[in-house]
Each structure stands twice: as C-alpha cells, then as structure tokens.
Design a protein. Structure first.
Length: 259
C-alpha cells in the first residue's frame, strides 16, 4: 500500500465559487453526509432574522443563506454541487491556487488534504458540496448536543483517524484555524500532530495578521505539493513569499514561520 506520509487539515471558507467549471469532477459525497442531514433540516427551518442572530450576519447574507438551505437536496447532482477544493475560494484557497498547479501537484493535494466543515463535518477535496454557510463556532443545538463542536467532535476525530490508518499517514499537519480545530482540541491521534503558525515581524514583535496567515496556510500545501514533500521535516524548507522557519519560538508540536 502506498504511504502518503502527511495529512493536512484546512478550514473551509465563507467565500464560494459555485459557478465556474471545476477542472476535475466530483468523485464522492461527504463521508459524514448522513450525519450532516439533521443539521440541514434544522437550517431549512431558520428564517432570515434567526440566521442574522445565529451567525451575526447582515440581512442580505441571511436571506442568501435561507435561500441556499431551502433548495439544498439530499441528492448531489452536477447542477447543485461542486468539488469542495474548487468550490471554496477564500484566502487559504487563493494561496493554494490549485487550478494553476501541475497535475501531479493537484493529485498530491487531493490525496493529502482534508477540510473541516461546520455543515459537512470533514471533506475530501473531490467530495461534492452544495452552497452553504455555517461556521464551526456557531452555537447551533443539534439533538442533545449543545453546539456544532460537541456534535462533530467524535465523528470528525474517528473519520480522520480512520483516514490515517487506512492510508498509513505518518503525521497530521494542522493548517486550520482555531475556530475549526477546536473540534479536535482534546483528541488524540496515533501519529504526531504539528500545528503550523505564521507570524509577521512588525516593530520588533511577532504579530498575527489574519489575511496573510490564511494565505500562507494555502501556500504551505502548495509548497508541499510542488516539492512532493515526503516527510514532515520537508516542510521546514518552506520559503514562499519570504517565510522562514523560526527555531527560537517553535517546539516539537508548534512550528512557526515568520517574515
């Protein structure tokens, strides 16, 4: 069996591109779609005012998402869905820019990436998704679970651990945001877990700059895919857009890259 070595975790993005044609068709539906459907049914009953309060969004965005959930189907078809990796279009995905990668690098991303999601739980890159908005940090009660983190925690952990076991991954590389990784915060995996951090040197201090950090997460996977990174230590060579590994603030499980 082929060893894929590293499994990378991304957050999804609020920005979606559901209109442009995907260069690779969907290969599957989300592994936890059956568990996601009760959330869809909850969201289908929400009115705009309820979504404005739940998600802290404008009336315009609330209406858009009420409409999205109203037409969401339990069936994935070409006209209502798109592969996750090509549907998400936020800063992380602009950093990755998968459409511009050579075929071998695209295959690397497809094999090595999983995306955490408030609605779908966890996604493979070519899983079909329908347009949605639902952040992991939203306080949505699902059955007896007080929020999405509580609902998804065991399900996502078990799914990722199965991926690690079946593909013989040897390290888990966290490139997701804290909002999404909290679903796995207290979980244990049978491989090393590395959290990747990006910081900027400003006025003599290391600062977190959200936009740059999000883009850099995508750049990290881009680097791994184009260099065919074989082991976690290969990531220490990451140097895109002037980032460098910073030994003075890094430790075994937290790797910092600064510029």
């Amino acid at each position: 069996m082929q060893k894929f070595v590293m499994l990378f975790l991304f957050s999804p993005s609020k920005d979606l591109d559901m209109k442009s044609e995907a260069p690779i068709p969907s290969e599957s539906i989300p592994a936890l779609w059956a568990q996601a459907w009760p959330i869809v049914e909850l969201m289908k009953r929400k009115k705009p005012k309820a979504l404005m309060s739940l998600m802290d969004i404008s009336e315009k965005l609330a209406i858009e998402n009420v409409n999205r959930y109203s037409v969401m189907s339990d069936k994935f078809q070409e006209d209502n869905s798109k592969p996750a990796i090509f549907a998400f279009s936020g800063d992380v995905y602009r950093g990755l820019d998968i459409k511009q990668l050579p075929e071998t690098a695209q295959k690397y991303c497809i094999q090595h990436l999983r995306i955490l999601s408030g609605l779908y739980g966890v996604l493979r890159p070519l899983d079909a998704i329908q347009a949605y908005r639902l952040e992991m940090g939203v306080s949505l009660k699902v059955g007896r679970k007080k929020n999405l983190v509580a609902y998804w925690s065991d399900l996502i952990h078990n799914t990722i651990q199965e991926e690690i076991n079946s593909n013989q991954f040897q390290a888990l590389i966290n490139l997701s945001s804290q909002e999404y990784f909290q679903v796995l915060e207290n979980k244990k995996f049978n491989v090393p877990l590395i959290h990747i951090h990006f910081r900027e040197q400003r006025n003599g201090k290391l600062q977190f700059v959200s936009f740059n950090a999000k883009k850099a997460r995508g750049l990290m996977l881009r680097f791994a895919s184009t260099t065919d990174a074989k082991k976690k230590e290969d990531l220490l060579k990451f140097d895109l857009e002037s980032y460098r590994f910073e030994t003075t603030v890094s430790d075994e499980n937290n790797w910092y890259f600064t510029r």
